[in-house]
Design a protein around this ligand. Sequence first.
Ligand SMILES: *[C@@H]1O[C@H](CO)[C@@H](O)[C@H](O)[C@H]1NC(C)=O
Ligand SMILES: *[C@@H]1O[C@H](CO)[C@@H](O)[C@H](O)[C@H]1NC(C)=O
Ligand SMILES: *[C@@H]1O[C@H](CO)[C@@H](O)[C@H](O)[C@H]1NC(C)=O
Ligand SMILES: *[C@@H]1O[C@H](CO)[C@@H](O)[C@H](O)[C@H]1NC(C)=O
Ligand SMILES: *[C@@H]1O[C@H](CO)[C@@H](O)[C@H](O)[C@H]1NC(C)=O
Length: 166
Amino acid sequence: MAAAAGALLGLGRLWRLLLFLSQFCVLSGGETTEIPPYVTKCPSNGLCSRLPADCIDCATNFSCVYGKPATFDCAVKPSVTCVDRELRAQESFVINMTCRFCWQLPETDYECTSSTSCMAVSCPRQRYAANCTVRDHIHCLGNRTFPKMLYCNWTGGYKWSTALAL
Ligand SMILES: *[C@@H]1O[C@H](CO)[C@@H](O)[C@H](O)[C@H]1NC(C)=O
Ligand SMILES: *[C@@H]1O[C@H](CO)[C@@H](O)[C@H](O)[C@H]1NC(C)=O
Ligand SMILES: *[C@@H]1O[C@H](CO)[C@@H](O)[C@H](O)[C@H]1NC(C)=O
Ligand SMILES: *[C@@H]1O[C@H](CO)[C@@H](O)[C@H](O)[C@H]1NC(C)=O
Ligand SMILES: *[C@@H]1O[C@H](CO)[C@@H](O)[C@H](O)[C@H]1NC(C)=O
């Protein structure tokens, strides 16, 4: 049992290493003919404005005011196809988005890693450094993965605040 689990864990690591290396190849412009890793996340021929953020490249809107709606000129990444409301294929298009950084989004718009090392009840409540990643369909400015200090999970982790709100 333990050996099998170990082997699975090893496979998982290998897979992540391969994913990492494949991304590296694309970034470094290697002559790979592989399908870019984001393509599996990008539905074909759907509405451009609904594409996950990983599928598009958008130009910065420098007149973007925090908390206000702004329009961004975006283009699909290579191997991604999408259409406008009249079902015409588009390569560049405009998206509407609230002007804010990813780390400023409401908690429901991202998912954070949990900690396995801080289940202990302690006072003051212990915190840990989580990495939070924005959900695919949410658009925001800056790094889509960001660190955040979260309370340890002895009452349901960071859902503590949610529990209070309910
Ligand atoms: C930035 O957003 C504003 C507000 O939507 C818009 O009027 C303006 O044209 C946009 N600028 C660019 C360069 O996209
Ligand atoms: C963006 O917002 C403007 C004004 O609110 C609207 O006319 C336009 O259709 C919207 N575009 C998209 C792609 O949602
Ligand atoms: C909190 O703990 C429960 C049970 O141990 C676990 O299922 C859940 O994923 C944890 N949540 C966070 C945010 O760490
Ligand atoms: C978050 O990411 C950093 C660097 O990528 C890593 O060192 C750290 O262990 C991660 N933390 C968690 C809780 O996954
Ligand atoms: C985005 O955040 C991740 C994890 O925190 C970090 O490894 C990466 O270098 C950051 N990327 C940029 C462009 O800042």
